[in-house]
Ligand binder design. Structure first.
Ligand code: PMP
Length: 281
């Protein structure tokens, strides 16, 4: 099994990172997760574009352009013979004596590895139960940074409370899930929080907005409150790993009739179709 470190393929157990790496000490870095279906990365250009943007926002130099990265990751998928899996990509500011100030001459560290992944079919069919939590994150969650402590804590909190996942609420407004975006459907209209600094603009979310348009599903980027969330006819989350997963209960209260809804199913099918045409197996 191979990984990529700074542009070079090497053995997985020969990828050694310094304990002075700023990703380790400060969370000073960014990442992406790209899904692979049938041996082909899905929406890789979009992910790499967001990766570059995240790096730029943190002023971390990315020594390869998006095209070079795409070639590299395609090669990684091929040598590892990944069929259904994911590529994890991470860029940190590199290793330097511990000092908050950007180091003068640290070399940024890029790593990428693959892992198997399967579609969450059971959850996609049955739906999940979520709990709402206070969105205690910083105000730049549009940057896909390594600082996932709030996401980790609320995911564990939800798990300990017997829920499948957590949904963030900021000042009464639903922002996004712990590792997903959130959509609600009311009277045939689909709502999701607008892009901006308060959510990560999900690649899956953006794809679903395009698909809604193509399939004649009314969809608006308009925020809604936790109270409105509970009154939705349907709720679902979207993400690279979760795809389109129905939410059937929020804080112990059923959504709609407590079963995955018809518009959610339409989005699931539209996304599956997009995957089939982009990643024929
Ligand atoms: N929001 C957060 C906080 C996430 O971690 C993710 C997963 N990357 C998403 C949204 C969904 O983004 P995407 O569709 O690009 O996976």
């Amino acid at each position: 099994e191979s990984v990529i470190m700074n542009g070079e393929l090497r053995n997985r157990d020969q990828c050694l990172i310094s304990f002075e790496d700023r990703g380790y000490q400060f969370g000073d870095g960014v990442y992406e997760v790209i899904r692979v279906y049938g041996g082909r990365p899905f929406l890789m250009e979009e992910h790499l574009h967001r990766f570059k943007r995240s790096a730029d926002e943190l002023k971390i130099r990315l020594a390869w352009d998006e095209q070079e990265l795409a070639l590299m990751f395609n090669e990684l998928v091929a040598v590892n013979e990944v069929m259904d899996g994911k590529i994890y990509v991470q860029l940190t500011r590199g290793a330097a004596k511990r000092d908050h100030l950007f180091p003068g001459q640290a070399e940024p560290v890029l790593i990428a590895y693959t892992d198997p992944a399967s579609r969450p079919l059971d959850k996609m069919n049955k739906g999940i139960r979520v709990m709402t939590v206070d969105d205690i994150r910083w105000l730049r969650v549009d940057i896909k940074s390594l600082n996932l402590l709030p996401n980790v804590l609320v995911r564990q909190q939800a798990h300990d409370a017997g829920a499948d996942d957590a949904i963030f609420v900021r000042n009464g407004i639903v922002t996004e899930g712990s590792s997903s975006n959130v959509f609600g459907v009311k009277d045939g209209i689909c709502y999701t929080h607008p892009a901006g600094n308060l959510i990560l603009n999900g690649i899956t979310r953006q794809k679903l907005l395009q698909l809604a348009e193509a399939h004649g599903i009314a969809c608006v980027e308009q925020a809604f409150t936790r109270d409105q969330l509970l009154e939705m006819d349907e709720v679902f989350i979207s993400g690279t790993i979760s795809e389109v997963t129905p939410v059937i209960a929020v804080d112990g209260q059923p959504i709609g009739n407590g079963k995955p809804g018809a518009i959610t199913a339409k989005f699931q099918e539209a996304l599956a179709e997009a995957v089939r045409s982009a990643c024929p197996s």
